[in-house]
Design a protein around this ligand. Structure first.
Ligand code: TUI
Length: 308
């Protein structure tokens, strides 16, 4: 399964782990990279020095390439952008915004830059700005999302840009990887399946919620605030959506979600916490190791693609 992405990143398999806030720390990133994929550390809202420590710990656990995801709504993003260069990180992905202003810094340092995009227009803009590839993320994904589905976004993005496209959103098994290849993608990024991985530090209560989830168990909060976020339905999402219907303002809604992802990931609060997960959660049945996940997915996809 060699593609322009495996070549670009120097990885064995075309499987990338999402840079999920609180979840994508050094243990998970190193496990994915050691299994032949690309692990990512999610900088999320962390201060730059915390991200530096995470990078150093990851280097102790793997000699393989790994990356850092920079969430551009993070007020610390400018310092984190600098830290990845200082620490010699080889790959940066970005989310929730336009990374154009950091592009020169990263390109000069030889960092491979892969923005996550949710529209064709943004993919074209990123190509013009010098991106090495894009992750095209459908609205099936967990966390902060755009409006277009993976099935519609991938082929339209592939047709619109020359750089390689990585598919994300609704992919959790070999069928998803094979389908993404059929649509023209050259790798996949998966989040939800890795949240439930053995090496993931996510609280067992949260993992159990993903493993027990059905197809219709996710919902989207924040449709009225301009920051739509997909997560599993629980008491928090019901209260959030009740307030949204009543026309609550942004600050009132923020009170409900402040620190709520940490509550779910670290404390295992599955009623008041935010359980970010994609629509594909219903397909995640077990807590497998990262190596098992990657071997299964790549093996199944290869069989399917040979039959074509
Ligand atoms: O970023 C993500 N997923 C995330 S970030 C996150 S932390 C957060 N929590 C609450 C509210 C907001 C963020 C949790 N999950 N995925 C990548 C992604 N990027 N999805 C959508 C986008 C995106 C959106 C707008 C990319 C570019 C963009 O452009 C806006 C612009 O500046 O033109």
């Amino acid at each position: 399964m060699k593609t322009r992405i495996t070549e670009l990143l120097g990885i064995e398999y075309p499987v990338i782990q999402g840079g999920m806030a609180w979840v994508a720390e050094h243990n998970l990133a190193a496990a994915v990279s050691n299994a032949g994929g690309l692990g990512l550390i999610g900088a999320a809202s962390a201060p730059a020095e915390v991200v530096r420590e995470e990078i150093r710990k990851c280097k102790e656990l793997t000699d393989k390439p790994f990356g850092v995801n920079i969430m551009l709504l993070n007020p610390n993003a400018p310092e984190v952008a600098q830290v990845v260069v200082e620490e010699g990180v080889r790959v940066v992905t970005t989310g929730a915004g336009n990374p154009a202003k950091y592009m020169e810094l990263w390109k000069q340092a030889g960092v491979k830059v892969i923005p996550v995009i949710a529209s064709v227009a943004m993919a074209k803009m990123m190509e013009r700005a010098g991106a090495d590839a894009v992750v095209a993320e459908g609205m099936e994904s967990g966390g902060h999302i755009g409006a277009t589905t993976t099935f519609a976004l991938i082929p339209q993005t592939v047709d619109a840009v020359e750089i390689p496209v990585i598919a994300a959103g609704g992919i959790a098994d070999g069928r998803g990887l094979a389908a993404a290849f059929m649509l023209g993608a050259e790798a996949v990024q998966m989040g939800t399946r890795f949240v439930a991985a053995k090496e993931s530090i996510v609280h067992p209560n949260y993992k159990e919620k993903i493993i027990k989830a059905k197809d219709i168990d996710s919902t989207v909060t924040g449709t009225t605030t301009g920051h739509p976020v997909r997560c599993l339905k629980n008491a928090m999402t019901r209260e959030y959506q009740r307030l949204e219907k009543e026309g609550a303002d942004f600050m009132e809604l923020e009170k409900l979600t402040l620190g709520s992802l940490r509550k779910a990931v670290i404390e295992g609060d599955v009623t008041g916490g935010t359980l970010m997960a994609g629509q594909i959660a219903g397909l995640v049945k077990r807590e497998d190791s990262c190596a098992e996940i990657i071997q299964e997915i790549v093996g199944d996809a290869e069989k399917l693609l040979k039959g074509c």
